[in-house]
Design a protein around this ligand. Structure first.
Ligand SMILES: *Cc1c(COP(=O)(O)O)cnc(C)c1O
Length: 418
Protein backbone atom coordinates (compact mmCIF):
# COMPACT_ATOMS: atom_id res chain seq x y z
CA UNK A 1 0.00 0.00 0.00
CA UNK A 2 1.43 3.35 -1.05
CA UNK A 3 0.51 6.61 0.64
CA UNK A 4 -1.67 7.61 -2.35
CA UNK A 5 -4.44 5.09 -2.99
CA UNK A 6 -7.93 5.01 -4.46
CA UNK A 7 -10.79 4.42 -2.05
CA UNK A 8 -14.15 4.16 -3.76
CA UNK A 9 -12.62 5.52 -7.00
CA UNK A 10 -11.32 8.60 -5.17
CA UNK A 11 -7.62 9.22 -4.71
CA UNK A 12 -6.61 9.69 -1.08
CA UNK A 13 -3.42 10.60 0.72
CA UNK A 14 -3.53 8.37 3.79
CA UNK A 15 -7.09 8.94 5.07
CA UNK A 16 -7.76 12.26 3.35
CA UNK A 17 -9.40 12.69 -0.07
CA UNK A 18 -7.23 14.84 -2.35
CA UNK A 19 -10.44 16.49 -3.57
CA UNK A 20 -11.11 17.73 -0.04
CA UNK A 21 -7.66 19.31 0.21
CA UNK A 22 -8.04 20.94 -3.22
CA UNK A 23 -11.41 22.33 -2.24
CA UNK A 24 -10.08 23.88 0.98
CA UNK A 25 -6.64 25.03 -0.15
CA UNK A 26 -7.06 25.48 -3.90
CA UNK A 27 -4.83 24.22 -6.73
CA UNK A 28 -2.05 23.68 -7.53
CA UNK A 29 -1.11 22.26 -4.13
CA UNK A 30 1.65 19.98 -2.87
CA UNK A 31 0.37 17.18 -0.63
CA UNK A 32 2.72 15.11 1.55
CA UNK A 33 2.15 11.98 3.59
CA UNK A 34 3.79 12.12 7.01
CA UNK A 35 3.41 8.35 7.33
CA UNK A 36 5.35 7.77 4.12
CA UNK A 37 8.27 9.97 5.22
CA UNK A 38 8.36 8.04 8.49
CA UNK A 39 8.19 4.70 6.70
CA UNK A 40 10.97 5.65 4.28
CA UNK A 41 13.24 6.96 7.03
CA UNK A 42 12.76 3.87 9.17
CA UNK A 43 13.37 1.55 6.22
CA UNK A 44 16.61 3.36 5.38
CA UNK A 45 17.71 3.34 9.02
CA UNK A 46 16.86 -0.36 9.40
CA UNK A 47 18.84 -1.18 6.25
CA UNK A 48 22.00 0.10 7.97
CA UNK A 49 21.33 -1.66 11.27
CA UNK A 50 24.47 -3.04 12.86
CA UNK A 51 26.72 -0.47 11.18
CA UNK A 52 27.36 2.58 13.38
CA UNK A 53 25.74 5.25 11.23
CA UNK A 54 24.25 8.72 10.94
CA UNK A 55 21.58 9.71 8.45
CA UNK A 56 22.06 13.32 7.35
CA UNK A 57 18.95 14.19 5.35
CA UNK A 58 19.82 16.22 2.23
CA UNK A 59 17.77 19.32 2.99
CA UNK A 60 17.82 20.49 -0.62
CA UNK A 61 15.45 17.66 -1.65
CA UNK A 62 12.60 19.27 0.28
CA UNK A 63 13.36 22.13 2.64
CA UNK A 64 9.85 23.11 3.76
CA UNK A 65 9.86 23.58 7.55
CA UNK A 66 6.96 21.21 8.11
CA UNK A 67 8.80 18.44 6.24
CA UNK A 68 12.07 19.15 8.06
CA UNK A 69 10.14 18.96 11.33
CA UNK A 70 9.11 15.38 10.56
CA UNK A 71 12.74 14.42 9.89
CA UNK A 72 13.93 16.17 13.06
CA UNK A 73 11.41 14.15 15.05
CA UNK A 74 12.66 10.96 13.45
CA UNK A 75 16.17 11.76 14.69
CA UNK A 76 17.78 12.68 11.38
CA UNK A 77 20.82 14.91 10.98
CA UNK A 78 21.14 17.19 7.96
CA UNK A 79 23.29 17.65 4.88
CA UNK A 80 23.13 21.32 3.92
CA UNK A 81 24.50 23.16 0.89
CA UNK A 82 23.92 26.73 2.08
CA UNK A 83 23.49 28.72 5.26
CA UNK A 84 19.89 29.27 4.21
CA UNK A 85 19.36 25.53 4.60
CA UNK A 86 21.06 25.59 8.01
CA UNK A 87 18.73 28.40 9.04
CA UNK A 88 15.72 26.29 8.03
CA UNK A 89 17.07 23.18 9.79
CA UNK A 90 17.59 25.08 13.04
CA UNK A 91 14.17 26.75 12.72
CA UNK A 92 12.64 23.26 12.42
CA UNK A 93 14.33 22.29 15.70
CA UNK A 94 17.30 20.43 14.17
CA UNK A 95 20.55 19.89 16.06
CA UNK A 96 23.55 21.76 14.55
CA UNK A 97 25.94 19.09 15.85
CA UNK A 98 24.45 16.66 13.33
CA UNK A 99 24.81 18.95 10.33
CA UNK A 100 27.32 18.39 7.52
CA UNK A 101 27.90 21.25 5.10
CA UNK A 102 28.52 20.28 1.44
CA UNK A 103 29.05 22.37 -1.69
CA UNK A 104 31.89 23.59 -3.90
CA UNK A 105 31.33 27.29 -3.25
CA UNK A 106 31.00 28.06 0.46
CA UNK A 107 31.68 31.73 1.19
CA UNK A 108 33.75 32.94 4.16
CA UNK A 109 30.59 34.37 5.71
CA UNK A 110 28.89 31.00 5.43
CA UNK A 111 31.91 29.28 6.98
CA UNK A 112 31.94 31.72 9.90
CA UNK A 113 28.21 31.32 10.52
CA UNK A 114 28.38 27.51 10.37
CA UNK A 115 31.37 27.47 12.75
CA UNK A 116 29.51 29.74 15.12
CA UNK A 117 26.52 27.40 15.11
CA UNK A 118 28.81 24.46 15.88
CA UNK A 119 28.01 22.22 12.91
CA UNK A 120 29.25 18.64 12.83
CA UNK A 121 31.53 18.84 9.79
CA UNK A 122 32.40 20.73 6.64
CA UNK A 123 32.59 18.58 3.52
CA UNK A 124 35.51 20.41 1.91
CA UNK A 125 35.66 20.20 -1.87
CA UNK A 126 39.00 21.79 -2.83
CA UNK A 127 42.47 22.72 -1.62
CA UNK A 128 41.67 26.42 -1.86
CA UNK A 129 38.51 26.00 0.19
CA UNK A 130 40.51 24.15 2.85
CA UNK A 131 43.03 27.02 3.09
CA UNK A 132 40.26 29.59 3.49
CA UNK A 133 38.41 27.49 6.08
CA UNK A 134 41.64 27.08 8.09
CA UNK A 135 42.11 30.86 8.13
CA UNK A 136 38.45 31.59 8.99
CA UNK A 137 38.50 29.04 11.83
CA UNK A 138 41.77 30.33 13.27
CA UNK A 139 40.59 33.91 13.30
CA UNK A 140 37.41 32.76 15.08
CA UNK A 141 39.56 30.89 17.62
CA UNK A 142 38.03 27.57 16.54
CA UNK A 143 38.90 24.35 14.79
CA UNK A 144 36.68 23.30 11.91
CA UNK A 145 35.87 19.61 11.73
CA UNK A 146 36.54 18.61 8.14
CA UNK A 147 35.70 15.76 5.87
CA UNK A 148 37.33 15.98 2.44
CA UNK A 149 35.09 15.22 -0.51
CA UNK A 150 36.80 13.05 -3.06
CA UNK A 151 35.69 12.45 -6.60
CA UNK A 152 35.98 8.69 -7.04
CA UNK A 153 35.55 8.90 -10.82
CA UNK A 154 32.74 6.37 -11.09
CA UNK A 155 29.84 6.56 -13.49
CA UNK A 156 26.58 6.82 -11.56
CA UNK A 157 24.73 5.94 -14.79
CA UNK A 158 22.06 8.52 -14.15
CA UNK A 159 20.99 11.77 -15.86
CA UNK A 160 24.16 13.78 -16.71
CA UNK A 161 22.89 16.82 -14.75
CA UNK A 162 22.66 14.78 -11.53
CA UNK A 163 25.80 12.72 -12.06
CA UNK A 164 28.48 14.16 -9.78
CA UNK A 165 31.22 11.57 -9.28
CA UNK A 166 33.04 11.78 -12.59
CA UNK A 167 36.41 13.45 -13.22
CA UNK A 168 34.63 15.86 -15.55
CA UNK A 169 32.30 17.08 -12.75
CA UNK A 170 33.10 20.08 -10.53
CA UNK A 171 32.74 18.15 -7.27
CA UNK A 172 35.40 17.02 -4.80
CA UNK A 173 39.13 16.46 -5.26
CA UNK A 174 40.67 13.68 -7.35
CA UNK A 175 41.79 10.49 -5.66
CA UNK A 176 45.35 11.44 -6.59
CA UNK A 177 45.13 14.82 -4.83
CA UNK A 178 43.25 13.51 -1.82
CA UNK A 179 46.04 11.77 0.08
CA UNK A 180 48.31 14.83 -0.04
CA UNK A 181 45.47 17.17 0.88
CA UNK A 182 44.59 15.05 3.92
CA UNK A 183 48.21 15.14 5.07
CA UNK A 184 48.42 18.90 4.82
CA UNK A 185 44.96 19.33 6.42
CA UNK A 186 46.14 17.27 9.39
CA UNK A 187 48.84 19.90 10.03
CA UNK A 188 46.54 22.96 9.87
CA UNK A 189 45.80 24.60 13.23
CA UNK A 190 42.27 25.60 12.27
CA UNK A 191 41.34 22.19 10.92
CA UNK A 192 40.47 18.91 12.58
CA UNK A 193 40.28 16.12 10.02
CA UNK A 194 37.36 13.82 10.84
CA UNK A 195 36.28 12.10 7.65
CA UNK A 196 36.22 11.44 3.97
CA UNK A 197 33.20 12.09 1.82
CA UNK A 198 31.80 11.46 -1.63
CA UNK A 199 28.48 11.84 -3.42
CA UNK A 200 28.38 10.38 -6.88
CA UNK A 201 24.96 11.40 -8.12
CA UNK A 202 21.23 11.20 -7.69
CA UNK A 203 18.46 8.82 -8.76
CA UNK A 204 20.86 5.85 -8.93
CA UNK A 205 19.17 2.67 -10.04
CA UNK A 206 21.97 0.20 -9.29
CA UNK A 207 24.13 -0.55 -6.27
CA UNK A 208 27.36 -1.08 -8.23
CA UNK A 209 28.29 2.63 -8.56
CA UNK A 210 27.94 2.96 -4.77
CA UNK A 211 30.09 -0.07 -4.07
CA UNK A 212 32.69 1.01 -6.66
CA UNK A 213 32.91 4.41 -4.98
CA UNK A 214 33.11 2.88 -1.50
CA UNK A 215 35.93 0.58 -2.63
CA UNK A 216 37.96 3.64 -3.60
CA UNK A 217 37.19 5.36 -0.29
CA UNK A 218 38.21 2.23 1.61
CA UNK A 219 41.55 2.17 -0.19
CA UNK A 220 42.13 5.83 0.66
CA UNK A 221 41.19 5.37 4.32
CA UNK A 222 43.68 2.48 4.58
CA UNK A 223 46.45 4.54 2.97
CA UNK A 224 45.70 7.43 5.32
CA UNK A 225 45.83 5.14 8.34
CA UNK A 226 49.37 4.24 7.25
CA UNK A 227 50.18 7.94 6.95
CA UNK A 228 48.98 8.43 10.53
CA UNK A 229 45.76 10.24 9.56
CA UNK A 230 42.93 8.58 11.50
CA UNK A 231 39.40 9.19 10.30
CA UNK A 232 36.23 8.94 12.38
CA UNK A 233 33.73 8.72 9.58
CA UNK A 234 33.19 7.77 5.97
CA UNK A 235 30.38 9.68 4.25
CA UNK A 236 29.00 8.01 1.14
CA UNK A 237 26.58 10.79 0.22
CA UNK A 238 23.04 10.19 -0.97
CA UNK A 239 21.69 9.24 -4.34
CA UNK A 240 19.57 6.12 -3.95
CA UNK A 241 16.80 6.36 -6.53
CA UNK A 242 13.04 5.93 -6.25
CA UNK A 243 10.44 4.36 -8.49
CA UNK A 244 8.86 7.01 -10.71
CA UNK A 245 6.55 4.43 -12.25
CA UNK A 246 8.45 4.14 -15.49
CA UNK A 247 9.14 0.46 -15.04
CA UNK A 248 12.74 0.64 -13.80
CA UNK A 249 13.79 -1.59 -10.95
CA UNK A 250 15.41 0.36 -8.15
CA UNK A 251 17.40 -1.29 -5.36
CA UNK A 252 15.45 -1.24 -2.10
CA UNK A 253 17.07 0.40 0.93
CA UNK A 254 17.64 -3.14 2.25
CA UNK A 255 19.55 -4.13 -0.92
CA UNK A 256 21.50 -0.89 -0.77
CA UNK A 257 22.27 -1.54 2.91
CA UNK A 258 23.57 -5.03 2.14
CA UNK A 259 25.81 -3.75 -0.64
CA UNK A 260 27.16 -0.92 1.53
CA UNK A 261 27.79 -3.28 4.43
CA UNK A 262 29.83 -5.64 2.26
CA UNK A 263 31.83 -2.83 0.66
CA UNK A 264 32.69 -1.33 4.07
CA UNK A 265 33.80 -4.65 5.63
CA UNK A 266 37.54 -3.92 5.30
CA UNK A 267 37.12 -0.93 7.63
CA UNK A 268 35.35 -2.78 10.46
CA UNK A 269 38.39 -2.90 12.72
CA UNK A 270 39.00 0.86 12.36
CA UNK A 271 35.89 1.84 14.34
CA UNK A 272 34.56 4.14 11.64
CA UNK A 273 31.04 5.61 11.58
CA UNK A 274 29.14 5.59 8.29
CA UNK A 275 27.51 8.88 7.28
CA UNK A 276 24.85 8.96 4.56
CA UNK A 277 23.12 11.93 2.94
CA UNK A 278 19.86 10.61 1.48
CA UNK A 279 17.33 13.09 0.11
CA UNK A 280 15.05 11.76 -2.62
CA UNK A 281 14.63 8.28 -1.13
CA UNK A 282 13.28 9.72 2.14
CA UNK A 283 10.72 12.19 0.77
CA UNK A 284 10.22 11.51 -2.96
CA UNK A 285 7.33 9.07 -2.75
CA UNK A 286 5.65 11.05 0.02
CA UNK A 287 4.51 13.92 -2.19
CA UNK A 288 2.08 14.67 -4.99
CA UNK A 289 1.29 17.86 -6.85
CA UNK A 290 -2.47 18.19 -7.21
CA UNK A 291 -3.60 20.34 -10.11
CA UNK A 292 -6.83 21.09 -11.96
CA UNK A 293 -7.51 20.62 -15.65
CA UNK A 294 -8.27 23.92 -17.37
CA UNK A 295 -8.67 23.11 -21.05
CA UNK A 296 -8.09 20.57 -23.77
CA UNK A 297 -7.03 21.23 -27.30
CA UNK A 298 -5.92 19.15 -30.21
CA UNK A 299 -4.57 19.52 -33.68
CA UNK A 300 -3.70 16.95 -36.36
CA UNK A 301 -0.52 15.99 -34.52
CA UNK A 302 -1.28 16.24 -30.84
CA UNK A 303 -3.75 16.26 -27.99
CA UNK A 304 -3.00 18.59 -25.07
CA UNK A 305 -4.40 18.67 -21.56
CA UNK A 306 -3.72 22.06 -19.99
CA UNK A 307 -3.57 22.14 -16.18
CA UNK A 308 -3.18 24.95 -13.66
CA UNK A 309 0.25 23.80 -12.40
CA UNK A 310 3.31 24.75 -14.40
CA UNK A 311 7.05 24.26 -14.69
CA UNK A 312 7.57 26.91 -12.00
CA UNK A 313 5.79 24.56 -9.55
CA UNK A 314 7.53 21.36 -10.69
CA UNK A 315 10.62 21.83 -12.78
CA UNK A 316 11.91 18.26 -13.06
CA UNK A 317 10.28 17.40 -16.41
CA UNK A 318 11.56 20.64 -17.98
CA UNK A 319 15.03 20.33 -16.44
CA UNK A 320 15.74 16.62 -16.80
CA UNK A 321 12.94 15.33 -19.00
CA UNK A 322 11.76 13.40 -15.94
CA UNK A 323 8.84 11.02 -15.87
CA UNK A 324 6.20 11.43 -13.14
CA UNK A 325 3.13 9.24 -12.72
CA UNK A 326 -0.12 11.09 -13.44
CA UNK A 327 -3.52 9.98 -12.21
CA UNK A 328 -7.01 11.43 -12.18
CA UNK A 329 -8.18 12.16 -8.64
CA UNK A 330 -11.58 10.62 -9.39
CA UNK A 331 -12.77 7.66 -11.48
CA UNK A 332 -9.53 6.25 -12.89
CA UNK A 333 -11.33 3.52 -14.86
CA UNK A 334 -12.17 5.29 -18.09
CA UNK A 335 -11.21 4.92 -21.73
CA UNK A 336 -7.70 6.24 -22.33
CA UNK A 337 -6.33 8.72 -24.81
CA UNK A 338 -2.80 9.80 -25.64
CA UNK A 339 -2.12 13.33 -24.50
CA UNK A 340 0.55 15.83 -23.45
CA UNK A 341 -0.09 17.27 -19.99
CA UNK A 342 1.14 20.86 -20.04
CA UNK A 343 1.09 24.02 -17.95
CA UNK A 344 0.09 27.57 -18.86
CA UNK A 345 3.62 28.99 -19.23
CA UNK A 346 4.86 30.21 -22.58
CA UNK A 347 7.73 27.70 -22.86
CA UNK A 348 7.68 24.43 -24.74
CA UNK A 349 9.52 22.99 -21.73
CA UNK A 350 6.43 23.59 -19.62
CA UNK A 351 5.12 20.03 -19.63
CA UNK A 352 4.48 17.22 -17.14
CA UNK A 353 3.98 14.37 -19.59
CA UNK A 354 4.38 13.79 -23.30
CA UNK A 355 2.38 11.34 -25.39
CA UNK A 356 1.07 9.72 -22.23
CA UNK A 357 -1.80 7.26 -22.27
CA UNK A 358 -4.22 8.59 -19.63
CA UNK A 359 -7.91 8.40 -18.84
CA UNK A 360 -9.48 11.18 -20.93
CA UNK A 361 -9.43 14.15 -18.57
CA UNK A 362 -12.20 16.73 -18.52
CA UNK A 363 -11.95 20.45 -17.77
CA UNK A 364 -12.47 21.19 -14.08
CA UNK A 365 -11.33 17.82 -12.80
CA UNK A 366 -8.36 17.20 -10.51
CA UNK A 367 -5.17 15.40 -11.43
CA UNK A 368 -2.40 14.10 -9.20
CA UNK A 369 1.22 14.24 -10.36
CA UNK A 370 2.99 11.64 -8.24
CA UNK A 371 6.44 11.15 -6.70
CA UNK A 372 6.87 14.91 -6.27
CA UNK A 373 8.09 15.00 -2.67
CA UNK A 374 11.72 15.52 -3.67
CA UNK A 375 13.02 18.36 -5.85
CA UNK A 376 9.46 19.58 -6.38
CA UNK A 377 8.58 22.48 -4.09
CA UNK A 378 12.27 22.99 -3.32
CA UNK A 379 12.97 23.91 -6.96
CA UNK A 380 9.81 25.99 -7.42
CA UNK A 381 10.13 29.57 -8.62
CA UNK A 382 7.95 32.59 -9.27
CA UNK A 383 8.50 32.55 -13.02
CA UNK A 384 5.59 34.25 -14.78
CA UNK A 385 4.84 35.92 -11.40
CA UNK A 386 3.08 32.80 -10.26
CA UNK A 387 2.80 32.56 -6.47
CA UNK A 388 4.38 29.36 -5.19
CA UNK A 389 1.89 26.61 -4.38
CA UNK A 390 0.80 25.86 -0.83
CA UNK A 391 1.97 22.67 0.86
CA UNK A 392 -0.07 20.33 3.00
CA UNK A 393 1.05 17.59 5.37
CA UNK A 394 -1.38 14.71 5.84
CA UNK A 395 -1.30 12.57 8.92
CA UNK A 396 -3.93 9.84 9.11
CA UNK A 397 -7.32 11.43 8.60
CA UNK A 398 -6.27 15.03 9.15
CA UNK A 399 -4.08 17.53 7.35
CA UNK A 400 -2.13 20.70 8.14
CA UNK A 401 -1.27 23.51 5.75
CA UNK A 402 2.49 23.71 6.35
CA UNK A 403 2.95 26.50 3.83
CA UNK A 404 0.25 28.85 2.59
CA UNK A 405 0.00 30.00 -1.00
CA UNK A 406 2.17 33.06 -1.63
CA UNK A 407 0.37 36.37 -2.04
CA UNK A 408 1.04 38.95 -4.74
CA UNK A 409 2.03 41.37 -1.96
CA UNK A 410 4.76 38.91 -0.87
CA UNK A 411 5.97 38.57 -4.44
CA UNK A 412 6.74 42.28 -4.74
CA UNK A 413 7.62 42.95 -1.08
CA UNK A 414 11.34 43.53 -1.78
CA UNK A 415 10.83 45.63 -4.91
CA UNK A 416 10.81 49.39 -5.43
CA UNK A 417 10.13 51.61 -8.41
CA UNK A 418 13.52 52.90 -9.60
C1 LIG B 1 21.90 16.32 -3.70
C2 LIG B 1 22.85 15.78 -2.71
C3 LIG B 1 22.49 14.73 -1.87
C4 LIG B 1 21.14 14.05 -1.95
O1 LIG B 1 20.93 13.36 -3.13
P1 LIG B 1 19.63 12.42 -3.28
O2 LIG B 1 19.75 11.87 -4.64
O3 LIG B 1 18.44 13.28 -3.11
O4 LIG B 1 19.72 11.38 -2.22
C5 LIG B 1 23.40 14.29 -0.94
N1 LIG B 1 24.64 14.86 -0.83
C6 LIG B 1 25.02 15.88 -1.62
C7 LIG B 1 26.37 16.46 -1.46
C8 LIG B 1 24.16 16.37 -2.58
O5 LIG B 1 24.55 17.37 -3.38
Amino acid sequence: MGPFEYRDHELHCEGVALAKIAEEVGTPVYVYSRGEIERAYRAFDAALEGIPHEICYAVKANSTLGVLGVLVQLGAGADIVSIGEMYRWLRAGGDPAHVVFSGVGKTETEMKTALGAGIGAFNVESGEELTVLDRVAQSAGKRARVSIRVNPDVDAETHPYISTGLKTNKFGVTMGEARELFRSAAKMRGIEVVGVDCHIGSQLTKTSPFTDAIARLVELVQQLAKDGVKLRHVDIGGGLGIDYGKGETIPTPAEYGMAVRTALKPLTSLGITLFTEPGRVLVGQAGALVTRVLYRKHNEAKHFTIVDAAMNDLMRPALYGSFHPIDPVENPDRPKITTDVVGPICETGDFFARDRSLPALEPGELVSIGACGAYGSAMASNYNTRPRAPEVLVSGSSFTVIRTRETYEQLVANERLG
